[in-house]
Design a protein around this ligand. Structure first.
Ligand code: SAM
Ligand code: SF4
Length: 343
């Protein structure tokens, strides 16, 4: 055996929840702030968390690293908009060390793309290889209406920069009834033509927004039926432990994902938990039960308390979610905003 080469680190034993599922995926919202105000995600005048409540970048690193030590193989940074957190590259570069040791398979992020032109090369250098970028329309005026504060050309420049930097881009599109519904086939053609996969997301009832959610809700089963009249959709086996199902569109050659948390039960294969920027760990996107990891992080410099708090939290990961759009009261099923847990 060549003794010069470092041996690959033995994979940590994964955390197993009470329902027998291994928790191998952590999504981290690094900020609740954002430079957009998408209509389905935020109200125009949001109250953001006081800065003192946020975990510092060092604390976020400690918590993420504890999860990696406990067998998490994939980290996704999200938000709010992860790239508007000050000095976020310090965190990303630091987490990149787990890719080098082989403890982590993937470090990735979900972004609105507004800052990608600035960060694409740095992200690649830190070990990031894929990014999800949210684009709901290619119509500049509609883009501004949906995002309120966003500018489409800036996002398209960001996507182009990501591609040049060598990052694989996946487009996320929230399907909105009567808003971008008619544009969905052309969005798919555009994305696939550019070499990007595209995933459609059904709106989820999270947090108070200014409008009526039942107006926005477009079942993807309906979208899929209409796409199937136009194209041949070949079911792919791929499962990611989340609510996405994938098909290949024969005519475009690209991959299409469908995230249907409201119409399908995906919980039996759930492999993920979510951490907010204040250190709250949500064991399920669709439930309010959570564990506060900030006190154990701040109580001591050793990670013993933190490790114990994580184990306790995973020990009560629920079996499934309770999403419903409450038509009678028009209240969200989960009171926190998506920008807190990052979707
Ligand atoms: N700011 C980044 C972005 O927009 O990609 C990351 C955070 S955002 C909360 C993550 C994803 O959640 C985006 O693709 C966004 O479109 C989606 N999203 C936000 N609110 C949603 C909702 N109520 N229902 C479904 N998807 C939502
Ligand atoms: Fe910001 Fe993303 Fe929410 Fe839009 S979806 S407001 S970009 S966090």
């Amino acid at each position: 055996m060549d003794m010069e080469k470092p041996l690959p680190r033995a994979a940590a034993t994964p955390m197993i929840d009470p329902h027998g599922r291994a928790v191998t995926y952590l999504r981290v919202s690094v900020t609740d702030r954002c430079d957009f105000r998408c209509v389905y995600c935020m109200s125009e005048h949001m109250n953001f968390l006081p800065k003192k409540d946020l975990l510092t970048l060092e604390e976020l690193d400690r918590v993420c690293s504890a999860f990696v030590r406990k067998g998490v193989r994939k980290l996704r940074l999200t938000g709010g908009e992860p790239l508007v957190r000050r000095d976020v590259m310090t965190l990303i570069r630091s987490l990149g060390r787990h890719l080098e040791t082989g403890a982590l398979d993937e470090l990735t992020l979900t972004t609105n793309g507004s800052q990608l032109a600035r960060y694409a090369d740095d992200l690649f250098a830190a070990g990031v290889r894929r990014v999800n970028v949210s684009v709901d329309t290619l119509d500049e005026t509609l883009f501004q209406q949906i995002t309120r504060w966003g500018r489409l050309p800036q996002v398209l420049d960001g996507i182009a920069a990501a591609k040049r930097a060598g990052l694989k881009v996946k487009i996320n599109t929230v399907a909105l009834k009567g808003v971008n519904e008619a544009e969905i086939p052309s969005l798919i053609e555009w994305a696939h033509g550019e070499g990007h996969d595209l995933t459609l997301i059904e709106t989820m009832p999270m947090g108070d927004i200014d409008g009526d959610r039942t107006d926005q809700y477009l079942p993807l089963s309906q979208v899929r039926r209409s796409l199937a009249e136009r194209w041949t959709l070949d079911e792919l086996d791929e499962r990611t432990g989340g609510p996405a199902r994938y098909v290949k569109v024969q005519e475009t050659g690209g991959k299409l994902g469908l995230i249907t948390p409201l119409t399908h039960n995906f919980c039996e294969s759930c492999n993920r938990v979510r951490l907010t920027c204040t250190g709250t760990l949500y064991m399920c996107l669709g439930q309010d039960d959570a564990a506060d990891l900030r006190p154990p992080v701040r109580a001591s410099e050793s990670d013993d308390l933190l490790d114990a708090a994580i184990d306790e939290a995973i020990g009560r990961k629920p079996k499934g979610h309770d999403f419903i759009i409450d038509r009678e009261h028009n209240r969200p099923a989960v009171s926190r905003h998506m920008s807190l847990t990052g979707g």
